[in-house]
Design a protein around this ligand. Structure first.
Ligand SMILES: [Zn+2]
Length: 144
């Protein structure tokens, strides 16, 4: 069976691993792929930046506890985070240097990584050696 060009479906002549009939089809296909990927990355980054801005603004206003309704009213996206962590206070979800954790059924505590470092320091001072010095040092740099 003859191979078809991935872009225009014309027969492909040449090497067995060749995917396109010509260079134009190859670059058109590649450009469309890059455009689609960029669109996806841009829309995800946009959601992350919006979440970050919401958390930062609330903290700047001195608000450290918010209801789910309030976050939803600001169009906070609960499905966009950059990482998760687990501490004695429970699971925290992070959006870059800001984070939040559920503190009641429909309430969240919000914080910055600086607070996380402080609570890690407190934890370190009372916890037995757990071999987590590296983690402490890495997080310690964030407080500078
Ligand atoms: Zn083609």
């Amino acid at each position: 069976m003859k191979k078809q060009c991935l872009e225009c479906q014309s027969p492909v002549i040449g090497r067995t691993d060749k995917k396109f009939c010509c260079l134009d089809c190859k670059s058109t296909h590649h450009n469309r792929k890059v455009r689609l990927e960029s669109k996806w990355i841009r829309s995800t980054n946009k959601c992350l930046m919006k979440n970050r801005r919401i958390l930062r603004t609330l903290l700047e206003m001195g608000i450290t506890r918010v209801s789910r309704n309030m976050l939803e009213s600001k169009e906070f996206s609960f499905s966009h985070i950059t990482s998760k962590s687990l501490s004695r206070e429970g699971e925290a979800l992070h959006v870059y240097e800001y984070g939040y954790r559920q503190s009641a059924e429909t309430e969240y505590e919000i914080f910055t990584s600086i607070d996380e470092v402080n609570s890690l320091n407190q934890f370190k001072s009372i916890a037995p050696k757990l071999g987590s010095t590296k983690l402490y040092e890495i997080n310690g740099k964030l407080s500078i």
